[in-house]
Ligand binder design. Structure first.
Ligand SMILES: [Zn+2]
Length: 177
């Protein structure tokens, strides 16, 4: 019994220690590799400059990697949920980012050549860059959000002046009928 508990704990720890999205080029020699998993906010370490956006959820990836003669080709999807605050009405909402046809072409030679360490290529920085490009510039809860002052002011007036009395009478009328 104790042994089982310890081994379960160990596997969780081991999983948490995978710090990046690495591809081993040797595994690509004979066939394509499919990778599915998550990169936590800590692993991604996004440089978010917008105060209205918070990264609390991981990026999910589902990608296929192919080794060509002079490059590696990565294709697949990246998905993530952002916590945003509307710049007009300050309402909190979540915004889903879906990069369904994410593609990377990483050449082995030339100016853009990808860095290879111990036969491994780290894809984390590419995910980081492309996810950041998808961030909303000025997050809005909905495209035509009327903003804080207008909607809030109106509903307060209505609530104070009009709604309580008519609704009370309506309830009384209902009872009488
Ligand atoms: Zn809004």
């Amino acid at each position: 019994m104790d042994g089982n508990i310890f081994s379960a704990g160990f596997s969780v720890l081991w999983h948490n220690q995978i710090m990046s999205l690495n591809v081993n080029l040797r595994h690509l020699e004979t066939r394509n590799v499919t990778l599915r998993g998550e990169l936590s906010p800590e692993e991604l370490d996004l440089d978010v400059r917008d105060e209205m956006i918070r990264v609390t959820q991981p990026v999910e990836y589902d990608i296929e990697i192919e080794k060509m003669d002079d490059a590696i080709l990565v294709q697949g999807g990246l998905h993530m949920e952002l916590e945003c605050e509307c710049v007009r009405c300050l309402k909190k909402f979540s915004r889903r980012l879906d990069l369904d046809n994410w593609t990377l072409h990483l050449p082995f030679e030339g100016d853009e050549k990808v860095s290879v360490e111990n036969d491994c290529v780290d894809l984390t920085s590419f995910v980081r860059e492309d996810i950041l490009l998808e961030f909303p510039q000025h997050p809005l809860c909905k495209p035509d959000c009327g903003g804080l002052k207008i909607t809030y002011g109106k509903s307060m007036q209505n609530a104070d002046k009009h709604e309580p009395k008519p609704s009370a009478w309506t309830e009384l009328n209902k009872l009488k009928l």
